[in-house]
Design a protein around this ligand. Structure first.
Ligand code: HEM
Length: 506
């Protein structure tokens, strides 16, 4: 029997719909003033772009942005306009205007849909959201998180706690055993990060079923954000969110601050000071876990894959780790007096990590415009509209990264590379894995250290051999609006082998 779809007809209908949408733009969206960024000048990609936007479709951004070569353009949606910024210079201008083009409204708008907290909590979150009348809940919590994860004593302690937890998982890796690398990373890092932050009384440690529950919740995020009968359209994610929220409520009912990391102590103290009830503290925590885990785990996975798939890189990074003393068990590495300086003392591993994020961080930073503003004295952006800054476009900009932009080049970020003849200086304005400006990811130092240290432990002791016989870097599958580093489409099965040579006995 023939397939039920008539592909050519579907394509014609889609093209007609795109053209009609484009033609009717002025009809249902507010007219553009001559000073506003131009409309995306391609009717056909328009539908794809909108679908892409809804699905965080980075490929659509890349395709259309490369084609129209506009530094900024307007997309008319039924609900208003979205200004897509693709030029690094204009992104800087957005960052400079963080009071008028703000991140916090998204915390408020999406936060309630993501965590399902109640109306009372929502009012606390909304109050003084942008610092109009002094500090407010979101600003105070943000400041506490930033302070607790900035390079210093608290960050060192949290990283050490994470590494101590890793030891048992490394001990369990026996020679010749086979593991699914992404599954292993997901489970290990979820367990170790949550123990490091929340202590051993946390829900994941009490019942490992919550590991799957968290990822069920994460997979359902787009439907939860859409908020149309989520219990019907995303039952698994909805149930997982509820169970996790209740489990974290119980955690906070018996909370002993000294057993948790500074970040959680800060959050709990601000939540309590602002009168957020324990059931709602439990729900908010489920949202915090997205920050802690969702981008971290795919990033660590891709770091291991890129390193182990390049024998020359494995050897050079091992030399670097030997020289700087970052070898041995997770416990050994956690005791290294220069732990916080690892990015400086292990420049090749750090450069590899930066390149992993350049290639694999494909999300789009979003901002809300609080009042009309002339961006860079050139483009009028209207109050109430949204700005999006797609990482995928900036991270693949030839002008910023050079002609080999499509290649994974682990040495791209090494300082000496930009000083040698023919070297290309990385353009950090076009580097956005952690966002930028006032809302730049406060977890960036922690995730950098945990990734580098985990990779160092693995390289110290083990070779990873793909069971298929060769390494293939898997494509990423698009995830939720809240994720920037999407997980792999498929896992890689690897065999664990004890490393030959220096450090193998550790
Ligand atoms: C590779 C891993 C990570 C990536 C790629 C990442 C990326 C981001 C991005 C793009 C933002 C939005 C910033 C903006 O638009 O300006 C953000 C915000 C945030 N991230 Fe991360 N992040 C990662 C890991 C972490 C970790 C490990 C934590 C916590 C331990 C964390 C905590 C947060 C928090 C709390 C915010 C909200 C900041 C605010 O309220 O202003 N992130 N992250």
């Amino acid at each position: 029997m023939e397939s039920g779809y008539n592909l050519p007809l579907l394509l014609i209908l889609a093209a007609a719909a795109a053209a009609a949408w484009y033609a009717l733009d002025d009809f249902w969206a507010p007219r553009l003033s001559p000073k506003e960024p131009p409309l995306l000048p391609h009717p056909i990609p328009y539908i794809g772009h909108i679908l892409g936007l809804l699905r965080h479709g980075t490929r659509y951004y890349e395709m259309t942005s490369a084609k129209c070569k506009l530094p900024i353009y307007t997309l008319n949606m039924l609900s208003g306009k979205v200004y897509i910024v693709t030029s690094p210079d204009l992104v800087n201008a957005v960052n400079r205007n963080s009071k008028k083009i703000a991140f916090n409204p998204f915390v408020a708008m999406l936060g309630k849909r993501i965590t399902g907290h109640d109306e009372g909590t929502s009012q606390i979150v909304q109050h003084n959201l942008n610092g109009e009348h002094g500090p407010g809940y979101v600003i105070d919590v943000h400041d506490r998180i930033v302070a607790s994860l900035a390079p210093g004593k608290d960050l060192q302690q949290t990283t050490k706690a994470m590494l101590s937890q890793l030891s048992a998982y490394f001990e369990a890796l026996t020679p010749n055993a086979e593991i699914n690398l992404f599954e292993w990373t997901r489970y290990t890092v979820t367990m170790c990060s949550t123990r490091a932050l929340y202590g051993t009384e946390n829900p994941f440690n009490k019942n490992t079923k919550f590991v799957d529950a968290f990822w069920d919740f994460d997979h359902a995020l787009n439907l939860l954000i859409a908020d149309v009968l989520p219990e019907l359209f995303a039952p698994k994610g909805y149930r997982a969110r509820m169970e996790l929220g209740t489990a974290f409520q119980e955690y906070f009912e018996n909370y002993i601050p000294a057993k948790s990391a500074a970040m959680i102590q800060g959050r709990y103290s601000e939540n309590s000071r602002y009168g957020i009830t324990l059931p709602n503290q439990g729900r908010l925590e489920v949202g915090t876990l997205i920050g802690v885990l969702a981008n971290t785990i795919p990033s660590i996975f891709y770091t291991l894959v890129h390193i182990y798939s390049d024998p020359g890189l494995v050897s050079d990074i091992r030399d670097e780790l030997e020289t700087s003393g970052f070898v041995g068990t997770p416990e050994d590495i956690s005791q290294h007096s220069g732990l916080l300086a690892m990015p400086e003392t292990c420049p090749l591993l750090y450069s590899t990590w930066q390149e992993v994020l350049r290639v694999h961080a494909l999300g789009a930073g979003a901002r809300y415009i609080l009042e009309d503003i002339m961006l860079d004295d050139t483009f009028l952006l209207r109050k109430g509209m949204v700005v999006q800054m797609p990482m995928a476009v900036m991270h693949s900009d030839v002008a910023a990264w050079g002609e080999h932009v499509e290649e994974f080049r682990p040495r791209r970020f090494l300082k000496q590379n930009s000083t040698i003849k023919g070297g290309f200086k990385p353009n950090f304005t076009a580097y956005r894995p952690f966002g930028g400006g006032a809302s730049m990811c406060p977890g960036r130092h922690f995730v950098t250290l945990e990734t580098m240290a985990l990779a160092a432990c693995m390289l110290s002791r083990f070779d990873l051999i793909p069971v298929d016989g060769q390494w293939n870097v898997p494509r990423q599958k698009q995830e939720s609006l809240a994720t920037n580093v999407f997980p792999p489409e498929k896992d890689i099965r690897v065999k664990i082998a004890t490393r030959k040579g220096v450090g193998a006995s550790k």
